[in-house]
Design a protein around this ligand. Structure first.
Ligand code: ATP
Ligand code: MG
Ligand code: MG
Length: 372
């Protein structure tokens, strides 16, 4: 059978590898780590840095298609890989989405709404940018941020030199603060022939800037749902994505959608599609990058997902029996060696009679984990 090559080795690669093996593919992963969440599932684990171009070339030679779950792979590496195997999505998609400024410029050029933003390349420009955007606003590093790392909120009294220190030398993007009603996401997939599917509007609740809970089928009405789908379709086509991409959105208090950021891969908020849909976001990624027709995204029943962070391990191993005493609850663990506070170790999914019931069940299951 064919071999899927995955750059990166975290839980997203693990769940892709599980989908791939379920369909009879072989899986190879390349990352600097050993005994990784993806490597545990893969047939073949290559240990190399993402800038080791010789290792990337020989990895690509040995697989039939290269995809990724780690999005900070440099263009030099995806270019080298592309000489030996198709890279899907193409390297340009990573290049744009790994930098907030490039990403926002592509969004603006496609006519998509975002919060007001300005590039801030050095400290000298910050004061004037804050004056133009107004407070409150958020200063974010242009590259390498996740789970809210590398961003600071600036209010009227905030010491700008302190804020700039968090940018580790810049460059950065300054964004207007959005007083949102809710945070939403659309996970979409696009096939080799341009076929498009999406999983509808997922509601996301964060705690300490880390995704905490996601609930499928946010009831915002048909008009907004169509808008969100249209935004996702526009992004997929503008970037010519083959694979899965998530659009993170803000729903403003006056009922408008703004794009927050893009993730060119399956997304934490889409984990509820594993049980929730006939073809999960990982099945779709696999199908898309392998040039297969896409699968059905129909929601089987109301469903919610809660992340399990390392903090839950502080008092010892969590009480899995208690969490699974509700048969509507499913457990996923990512095989990470050490539990650290804030580290994503796994997630729970629950079905319910409606959204509130699904949400309640998944929260109850998580709350009883710290039994002892
Ligand atoms: P991740 O990639 O893990 O989703 P990230 O570090 O790339 O996170 P963002 O998604 O940009 O960061 O921001 C993290 C969270 O901070 C958002 O989900 C939202 O809750 C809040 N946030 C970010 N930007 C804004 C904004 N302009 N206005 C209000 N809240 C914001
Ligand atoms: Mg991000
Ligand atoms: Mg985000």
């Amino acid at each position: 059978g064919a071999t899927i090559g995955i750059l990166g080795s975290g839980q997203l690669g693990r769940m892709l590898a599980q989908a791939a093996r379920g369909m009879g593919y072989r899986v190879a992963t390349l990352s600097p780590g050993t005994d990784t969440p993806t490597g545990q599932i893969a047939d073949h684990e290559v240990v190399a840095d993402y800038d080791d171009l010789d290792a990337i070339a020989s990895f690509a030679r040995d697989v039939d298609v290269v995809t990724f779950e780690f999005e900070n792979v440099a263009s030099a590496a995806t270019d080298v890989a592309a000489r030996h195997a198709p890279v899907r999505p193409r390297g340009e998609v990573l290049h744009v989405t790994q930098n907030r400024l490039r990403e926002k410029r592509v969004l603006a050029a496609a006519g998509l709404p975002t919060a007001p933003f300005e590039a801030v390349d050095e400290f000298r420009g910050l004061e004037a940018a804050v004056a133009r955007i107004g407070t409150p606003c958020i200063l974010k590093t242009a590259g390498f941020g996740y789970d809210g790392k590398g961003q600071v909120r600036i209010d009227a009294g905030t010491e700008l030199e302190w804020a700039w220190q968090a940018m580790a030398g810049g460059p950065a993007v300054l964004e207007g603060f959005v007083d949102f009603e809710a945070e939403l996401s659309v996970v979409a997939a696009r096939g080799l022939d341009g076929e498009l599917v999406d999983f509808g509007l997922i509601e996301n609740r964060h705690a300490d800037h880390i995704l905490d809970v996601s609930i499928a089928d946010m009831p915002v009405g048909e008009a907004l749902e169509d808008d969100a789908r249209q935004i996702a379709a526009t992004v997929m086509e503008a970037l010519d994505v083959v694979g899965v991409l998530c659009v993170e959105l803000f729903l403003t208090r006056d009922g408008k959608l703004l794009v927050n950021e893009l993730a060119p891969r399956p997304h934490n908020s889409g984990h509820l599609t594993i049980e929730g849909c006939p073809s999960s976001q990982f099945d779709q990624q696999l199908r898309a990058v392998c040039g297969l027709p896409l699968g059905d995204t129909l929601r089987k029943a109301p469903v919610a997902m809660a992340n399990l962070l390392g903090d839950l391990w502080e008092g010892g191993e969590p009480d899995w029996v208690a969490a699974l005493s509700d048969p509507a609850v499913n457990l996923h663990l990512y095989g990470k060696a050490a539990a650290r506070p804030g580290r994503k170790m796994g997630h729970l999914t629950a079905f319910g009679t409606d959204r509130d019931d699904a949400m309640r069940r998944v929260m109850v299951a998580r709350s009883v984990l710290k039994g002892a």
